[in-house]
Write a protein that binds this ligand. Structure first.
Ligand SMILES: [Zn+2]
Length: 266
């Protein structure tokens, strides 16, 4: 991230602390989705990528603030609680818009840094054995984001980050993405962390109205709570879950170990 030749340390695509959040009470492993594989896994996406100083920039820049506020398996979701304490911009039965500008408990810089750190790490490395291409292609925006993460330039033009928060009862406890989603005229990437979906839009031809949705650049710093969008994320999750052969064999193996209907004896 500093472009210097230095000793590198073990880096994670998703902050390592999140794996603890995702672990359930009976110590099952976190759920990761993507590549058509949805299963409980212990395989943390990690490799030797960044130097200690750059890891520290990501940690202090956003991970430390954001990690403990994400949703957990026990249905607690500190970020949501903070959000609904503040005034609502607009709300109906399917969701609402909350403005971080009128909620001093939300640190816009830190939350943006958290998300862009993961998007950037995905744009420079595959995070997958036997794959050389980076997970996502950010083109010239990758380096602009890198410089912003390091505090060496202002937030780049042509970059828009939307933040969608689930209600605690709907929060999906997953680490997924970033993956490219198709949009006309510009590029969009989706990242899901427990309870929150981030959509990163980049491109010169982005709809100018998109900037109104940008958590960082819109003066109101909007956060969207939408049951409908979360419903779509759930739907995709379930579809991937059912389609995944690895999931099926995992479930079959698990069923063998603890037959349904027969309580586990401890
Ligand atoms: Zn570095």
């Amino acid at each position: 991230m500093c472009l210097e030749t230095k000793k590198v340390v073990s880096s994670h695509l998703y902050p390592a602390a999140l794996y603890v959040n995702c672990r359930s009470a009976n110590d099952a492993s976190p759920v990761r989705m993507g590549d058509g594989v949805v299963m409980q896994t212990d395989r943390q996406m990690q490799d030797y990528l960044l130097c200690e100083e750059c890891e520290d920039i990501l940690n202090r820049g956003g991970e430390k603030w954001t990690n403990p506020k994400l949703a957990r398996l026990n249905k607690t979701f500190p970020l949501y609680e903070i959000l609904v304490k503040g005034p609502t911009g607009h709300a109906d039965e399917t969701g609402g818009i909350y403005f971080a500008s009128s909620n001093p408990e939300i640190d816009v810089e830190k939350m943006t840094h958290f998300a862009l750190g993961i998007f950037w790490k995905a744009s420079v490395y595959s995070w997958k054995a036997n794959e050389r291409n980076p997970m996502i292609q950010l083109g010239p925006y990758g380096d602009l984001i890198r410089l912003w993460l390091r505090g060496e330039r202002a937030f780049p033009e042509g970059v828009c980050l939307s933040v969608l928060v689930a209600r605690p009862e709907q929060a999906l406890i997953v680490l997924n993405g970033p993956s490219a989603t198709s949009l006309r005229g510009w590029h969009a990437f989706l990242l899901n962390v427990p309870g929150v979906s981030f959509i990163l839009n980049v491109g010169r031809h982005m709809d100018p109205e998109m900037i109104l949705t940008c958590f960082h650049e819109s003066p109101q710093h909007p956060v969207f709570v939408s049951d409908e969008i979360m419903g779509l994320v759930w739907k995709r999750f379930v579809e991937q879950f059912l389609e995944s052969r690895k999931t099926k064999s995992y479930l079959a193996a698990k069923a063998k170990r603890s037959p349904i209907g027969k309580p586990e004896v401890k």
